[in-house]
Design a protein around this ligand. Sequence first.
Ligand SMILES: *Cc1c(COP(=O)(O)O)cnc(C)c1O
Length: 345
Amino acid sequence: MMTIEVDLHSDTQTRPSEGMRHAMVSAEVGDEQRGEDPSANRLCELATELTGKESAVFMPSGTMCNQVAMIVHCQPGDEIIADKTSHIINSESGGAAALAGAQIRSVDGVRGVFTAEQAEEAINSVKRNFPRTSMIEIEQTSNAGGGSIWPLETICEVADVAKRHGLAMHMDGARLLNAVVASNVTASDFGAPFDSLWIDLSKGLGCPVGAVLCGSKDFIEQAWGWKQRLGGAMRQSGVIAAAGIYALENNIERLAEDHASARRLAEGMEEVSGIEVWPVETNLVFFDLKKTGLTAKDFHERLLKRGVRIGIKSKYEMRAVTHLDVSMDQVNRAVDAVADVAAGA
Ligand SMILES: *Cc1c(COP(=O)(O)O)cnc(C)c1O
């Protein structure tokens, strides 16, 4: 296998740092299922302080957070409104159908962000033969939309529509903290219009595993029941919760460095003939390379030969992600590699 020297494939590639590993080794632990793991409890407390929600539950993954939220907010046969690019539609193995028994109506947003008007149009009127619309989901930041930030104003307008129609609002906050750092809006301000939201610990925050789902006491109580049923209830999870505590205490502000690296990467690639870079708002850099005459698959392979890994998004589009294990020097090397490949070198 080729040695990967610069890995821009995903922010899931982050490895636990020395400091994080140390926190894990010395974590206080107990039986999480019995509410007796002090580290898991502390992590949930920190998450509620951060998001302004009443209660929280530690989950093994962000996917489980989305799944549990859909199960709690929906009845079988219900409909969820989400952007066409959303993770719940494209990347959760059909979980909404398989577990919540719900179907998802996709909305055609711009870079993953749709308007209140589009949300309202997607809501079914109450009729025996229509699926009952019960929830609106948004992704902060939009992953397949290119790391785009949902403006707080747009969120509030969508939430008003939800409120008028009695729908639940759920945020897939896999990269909520990237949006927070990039826009200077607090997590609790972003979170206020939502009934439930979660943050991922295993992406840019650098943990090996985990996510925290937040909401009202009643919602989290129901979420706990599903965590238990789905086999997500753990025992001495403090070992991994400690990584989450470390991340919330040390790795939030530094996301700004990832955003600066992403901007540098974008600026460098904009200079390359044949490459068109999408607008960059956070740590995701999408680019179109059709004009180079190469497909993303060819481009990917040629970059790998130069030790640089960048993901394939579609036939002519790629997705590069900056994160805590990517230095500015590595970003510059990636730009050089992209320029060489585009030039047919
Ligand atoms: C990664 C991701 C998820 C899933 O999180 P896991 O912790 O990998 O299960 C969900 N939504 C979005 C937008 C993501 O980027």
